[in-house]
Design a protein around this ligand. Structure first.
Ligand SMILES: [Zn+2]
Length: 555
């Protein structure tokens, strides 16, 4: 994979110094040498942060604790697989894996997937996949299931459902869809696997012991990956991405048909063409082994597409009125951003979007062209396009973000902030907008304003771990060390590291001038986290003194 993080930027060289100047925060982020590269969209829209901010954290010690952390998260505190109490009553799915166990299991796997650094952090892409996913989910759900959708940076055509309602879609699949209805079809299918409790049922079929072996295997693989051999790393990533889970959890053919049936109904109810699913199956069935990476589309492997299945999906769709739906602008924007990043170089991305004359291009193609120019550092060209796009359609948030980004890159600071402020008025609490604005405000030396904006957002919309890390940075740079540590603690918990979660809080408690209310809050949080720790984790906590541990583990 191409290692690339920051677009050429005047700031990229000074970012490291900028972090160094915040003395107590040095150990919250790895330094440049340690950070593995990440694609630009992993670091948030437009990548205003330095490599050290957005790079995948090394954390080898952190990974060693995963097996234990996983066990703690999967099972109720301190219990092993053999201790799982099987209720006599209830559905077969509940009998093997209660919903809360399933949620814990899902959270643990999700934390590991995030550790691989393969989750796309571009807020515009994340926002879009959740927008469409929740729209369909709302029609397939009696309200008892929660969903979280995410995009994985992987060219293979795949999508998967994890325990607990986490649904992942590869960038390769998103790009392979020919229209939004096809993407909706895939999501509808995966959503149905969740609502029908197929995962719990499949684990039931594999015997409950496999829950433990799967959990342990995941932990072991990630530990192996921390050793550094590229094969091991790849294996670890593959495991974490759920492929191993998928092979452990073989949905039955009747599960697959049921997911098709329920998914098609949800598709229709959500306003998409119910033929979208069958249509994507056709794309899959035509997949030729063109490149080694596409040789075995994962979705095909776990979802064998036969002529009979395609026909059946079409027949199901016939039960509903045919629907003429057009792609949403946000579908086009998410797809364009993925395509720009898929190329190894900015020049190739530009060539792709310059294939057609500008005059003949759709707005989405023009947007893709502008983002490709941004990637190449051609901000004047990008700026002109964003300007025109806004003139044509004021309602598209991504255009405003693009305009503001290019204005700031061109050192038109007042104009850039004005663009952001106007957009925030038009679209209050829009996640991609606030995140991008927050990143810029930190960069422009206004961390207080960034902190306030991000906090308001976080209090209203559940943040991703990267967003929590961003607010930690804003708090740190505005001199609020206690809150910065608190947010970093939350970040560690979200990524599955309970020990470091506690250590940040302990460190916050040593700060001079701490308010009584903060002290109470931090101590209560420590007690809460302890409840979820295993004996081994508690012992590990005692072995190291609070002060010495963080730099060693995180730095
Ligand atoms: Zn399936």
């Amino acid at each position: 994979m191409q290692k690339r993080c920051s677009i050429p930027s005047r700031r990229s060289t000074s970012d490291a110094e900028e972090l160094q100047s915040v003395s107590f925060f040095n150990d919250l982020w790895p330094n440049k040498a340690q950070s593995a590269g990440a694609k630009r969209y992993h670091c948030g829209n437009g990548n205003r942060l330095s490599e050290s901010d957005c790079g995948m954290r090394d954390g080898s010690i952190k990974k060693l604790t995963l097996t234990a952390a996983l066990a703690a998260l999967v099972f109720t505190s301190g219990a092993g697989a053999d201790d799982i109490q099987l209720p006599d009553m209830g559905s077969p799915a509940d009998a093997v894996l209660s919903k809360s166990d399933e949620n814990r299991f899902g959270r643990a796997i999700m934390a590991q997937i995030r550790q691989t650094g393969q989750v796309v952090e571009d807020p515009l892409i994340t926002e879009y996949i959740n927008e469409i996913g929740h729209r369909i989910g709302a029609h397939a759900n009696d309200g008892s299931h929660k969903f979280e959708f995410f995009v994985v940076d992987d060219v293979r055509i795949n999508a998967f459902a994890l325990p607990g309602g986490y649904i992942g879609v590869h960038t390769g699949l998103l790009e392979a869809t020919r229209n939004e209805d096809e993407l909706a079809g895939v999501l509808g299918h995966e959503i149905a696997h969740v609502t029908q409790r197929h995962i719990a049922r499949a684990i039931h079929a594999n015997q409950r012991q496999s829950i433990l072996s799967t959990a342990l295997m995941l932990g072991a693989m990630v530990v192996a990956a921390a050793g550094g051999s590229s094969d091991a790393v790849r294996a670890g990533i593959a495991v974490a991405q759920g492929t191993a889970i998928q092979s452990q959890i073989n949905f039955t053919r009747s599960n697959e048909y049921e997911a098709d049936r329920i998914g098609i109904g949800a598709l229709n109810d959500a306003g998409y063409d119910p033929h979208g699913m069958a249509s994507f199956f056709e794309v899959m069935s035509r997949q030729q082994p063109a490149t080694p990476e596409l040789r075995a589309p994962e979705f095909l492997r776990t979802h064998p597409v036969t002529t009979a299945r395609i026909a059946e999906a079409h027949n199901r769709a016939q039960e509903y009125p045919r629907r003429q739906s057009s792609d949403s602008t946000n579908y086009g924007i998410a797809r364009a951003r993925i395509i720009v990043e898929r190329f190894d170089t900015a020049a190739e991305a530009i060539a792709y979007f310059e294939t057609r004359d500008y005059e003949k291009q759709t707005d989405i193609d023009r947007y893709g062209r502008a983002v490709a120019y941004q990637r190449a550092g051609r901000h004047v060209d990008a700026n002109r396009i964003f300007d025109e796009l806004i003139d044509a359609d004021q309602k598209v948030i991504a255009y405003h973000i693009g305009l503001a980004e290019t204005q700031l890159e061109l050192e038109q600071y007042a104009a850039g902030k004005e663009t952001f402020d106007r957009a925030v008025e038009l679209f209050p609490r829009n996640v991609p907008l606030i995140i991008t604005y927050g990143e810029f405000l930190i960069r422009l030396g206004e961390p207080d304003k960034a902190h306030a904006l991000l906090l308001d957002l976080m209090n209203n919309v559940a943040p991703t771990p990267e967003q929590v890390r961003l607010i930690a940075r804003a708090a740190s740079e505005s001199g609020d060390a206690a809150e910065a540590y608190y947010y970093m603690s939350e970040y560690e918990l979200m990524t599955g590291d309970l020990i470091n979660g506690i250590r940040y809080l302990q460190r916050a408690l040593t700060l001079p001038g701490l308010q009584e209310i903060q002290k109470i809050r931090f101590e209560a949080r420590i007690d809460f986290i302890r409840e979820y720790m295993t004996e081994e984790q508690l012992r590990q906590m005692q072995r190291t003194r609070p002060g010495q541990s963080l730099a060693g583990n995180v730095g």
